[in-house]
Design a protein around this ligand. Sequence first.
Ligand SMILES: Cc1cc2nc3c(=O)[nH]c(=O)nc-3n(C[C@H](O)[C@H](O)[C@H](O)COP(=O)(O)OP(=O)(O)OC[C@H]3O[C@@H](n4cnc5c(N)ncnc54)[C@H](O)[C@@H]3O)c2cc1C
Length: 423
Amino acid sequence: MSVEKIDTLVIGAGQAGVAMSEHLGNAGVPHLVLEKDRIAERWRSGRWDSLVANGPAWHDRFPGLEFSDDPDAFIGKDQVADYFEAYARKIDAPIRCGVEVSEVRRNTGRPGFTVTTSQGVIEAARIVAATGPFQKPVIPPVVPRETDILQIHSAQYRNPRQLPEGGVLIVGAGSSGVQIADELMRAGRKVYLSVGPHDRPPRAYRGRDFCWWLGVLGRWDMSAPKPGTEHVTIAVSGARGGETIDFRRLAQQGMTLLGMTHSWDNGTLSFADDLARNLDDGDASYLSLLDEADVFATQNGLDLPEEPEARLRVTDAFCITHPIRALELGKEGIGTIIWATGFSVDYSWIKVDGFDDRGRPIHHRGVSVVPGIYFLGLPWQSRRGSSFIWGVWHDAKHVAEQIGIQRKYMDYHRHASRVTESV
Ligand SMILES: Cc1cc2nc3c(=O)[nH]c(=O)nc-3n(C[C@H](O)[C@H](O)[C@H](O)COP(=O)(O)OP(=O)(O)OC[C@H]3O[C@@H](n4cnc5c(N)ncnc54)[C@H](O)[C@@H]3O)c2cc1C
């Protein structure tokens, strides 16, 4: 049986795989991208119905193609998927859809890898795993599975109609959790939101979106989270044209805020006594960004309208001044828990010794410690922007350069070996 051979095999055709293909193509590297579903499938079917991009269209895109809409609009998830399909067509990316990679093994005694797919075996000199920063939904083992309560992860949430009648507890107040909580409250549900440590940048300040402020202030380019902030999530939303997430306002509107979800005892959930602290810390990060923005505007003589009202604080609702420490879910009529508690990665299909004890790749800017293996789209792969649309494009460029460098070494080896043989 003949085995297909390729120089570089990219696994996954989300935004990362598409960006990788563009840069490999530009560098003249023969490559193939395998995608188990469709291009940008996670944007299409892996997110809730009403999701729009967190950043405006002018920002959350690749350099080579603009969205046709208003540059300041927040694009719907299906249009984002359409965009990556259009991008793949534009660059003529060699993407094969409907092919799942189940195993990658390093060859012994010869270079390269043997890749097992749902459509046969492929030999590749190198592989790029572009299978996403958010692969496996994580639900902490707090509430037993065998209760009457429906428990789903935010990755399974689609819309309010999908949930049984009754109140909903959302655990986790990053961008997913807070947007889902808001949507459910607007749909008339009684909503409880368990809030942990978070950053909540202003959606816009002095007429510029926070994506712009984070850019000019160099925050997207930070190479690692500030020590102690590794578990701090970011709460932003592009919903309804983009609004600043303000937990105190949501509480005034009727959402019951809770501290971090702690433990379960016979139908009662208990919560940490940290709600006020988490809200205060979130406010502090919000205000520090306003301060930095003001300094930047003054230093650079930017003619941007002042916005003192951005510093006004909403009065604390009862649930903040008198935090609930325990909830009897049945008594409160809570029939659903949505865990917006993040994701982990699964690289168990790559059979090499290049992962830490939690299964995370050991790499430098996407270049694995195992020669010939590369990653793309990892959170903080090289910078804060790495797992986001615009950031992954820059990381892909770096990974393609590194692949080009390795190909040159192998070219030299082949050339030098021929010279030696002919002497
Ligand atoms: C709710 C949510 C909202 C987000 N909003 C934004 C936003 O507004 N702006 C922004 O910049 N970022 C946003 N992100 C972050 C990021 O842009 C997305 O997670 C994006 O989908 C990551 O793209 P990716 O190509 O790295 O990975 P993915 O989109 O996850 O693509 C990986 C692809 O690999 C395929 N695959 C996986 N395993 C295999 C295999 N074994 N064989 C073949 N194919 C395989 C999958 O089918 C998938 O298509 C958001 C993330 C989430 C979860």
